[in-house]
Design a protein around this ligand. Structure first.
Ligand code: NAD
Length: 257
């Protein structure tokens, strides 16, 4: 092994050991996840290599465009978020978080993701800050229906009342769901530790959540192969690894304490 590899490996080992101490010693641990937590499930992140927006038109996720051209917008949305996203599986990062919740170690996952993978991995306490793909919402009567197969055979999908159905996730230009917002910021005020996994830290107001933990005196453990906006500002520890590998190693280190 070359010297640089050795020192990088030592830095990762040290980071995992420090993170494990913080996790094991915490009494109110939350997790904040972004697109990177689902990357190893095969869902590309928005930005960076293999990012979604290289191949699709971002304007198709703006509310104004959706209202004007629902059939065109739905064609893109179906390809990215339904045909593809619903066919992938949770990875070990989602699974470790679900196990920690079941064991009483983790209070809440706040996710920016709309892929539903935390719930599918078994997490119950999930604040889906940007909504999710799992339901469709009627733009006329406000009714919600599960995004069942068949509903998207003919686009755009319609509610029983005849109204246009929109995906249950937040579009550009839309507000954050009130219950997820309230749950996330209440937990951030109480948390003494926060795991930040796979987020650039550039999308607001979501990116305020780890900052709120820090302001209230909590510690922040970041998992990301690359530094982010959080790294210098709020992270006490950065584990520079992909999420699934990092969480497998962190779980083992916590269990060994
Ligand atoms: P982003 O796409 O802007 O950034 C992804 C981050 O993940 C980067 O910091 C990158 O270094 C990191 N990353 C890449 N691979 C990783 C891995 N294997 N393990 C850990 N980290 C890894 O994502 P964002 O900051 O979360 O925000 C963009 C918005 O896009 C969010 O609102 C999010 O909801 C949405 N989004 C959601 C999904 C999804 O639901 N799976 C996918 C793409 C984007």
């Amino acid at each position: 092994m070359r010297d640089a590899d050795t020192s990088a490996g030592t830095a990762v080992d040290d980071a995992i050991a420090r993170a494990a101490e913080l996790v094991a010693g915490s009494s109110y641990l939350i997790a904040f996840t972004g697109a990177g937590v689902s990357a190893e499930s095969g869902i590309p992140t928005f930005r960076g290599q293999g990012g979604i927006w290289g191949s699709y038109d971002e304007s198709h996720l703006e509310l104004g465009f959706f209202r004007r051209e629902p059939a065109i917008a739905w064609k893109t949305i179906k390809q990215i978020f339904y045909t593809f996203t619903l066919s992938v599986e949770p990875n070990d990062a989602h699974r470790v978080l679900a196990r920690w919740e079941a064991a009483g170690r983790l209070r809440l996952v706040v996710t920016q993701n709309i892929d539903g993978l935390h719930r599918r991995a078994g997490s119950r306490n999930v604040a889906e800050f940007h909504g999710s793909c799992d339901e469709l919402v009627c733009m006329r009567c406000g009714g919600r229906v599960p995004a069942a197969a068949g509903l998207l055979d003919s686009l755009p999908p319609r509610c029983e009342c005849g109204g246009l159905l929109k995906p249950g996730f937040v579009f550009f230009g839309e507000g954050i769901p009130a219950d997820a917002y309230e749950t996330a910021f209440s937990a951030a005020a109480m948390a003494d530790a926060c795991l930040v996994i796979g987020s650039t830290g550039t999308v607001y107001p979501a990116a305020s959540i780890p900052r709120a933990v820090k302001r209230a005196g909590g510690r922040v453990v970041e998992i990301n192969p690359e530094p982010s906006e959080f790294t210098d500002e709020v992270s006490d520890v950065l584990i520079r690894l992909p999420a699934a590998e990092a969480m497998r190693r962190l779980e083992a280190a916590v269990d060994a304490i």
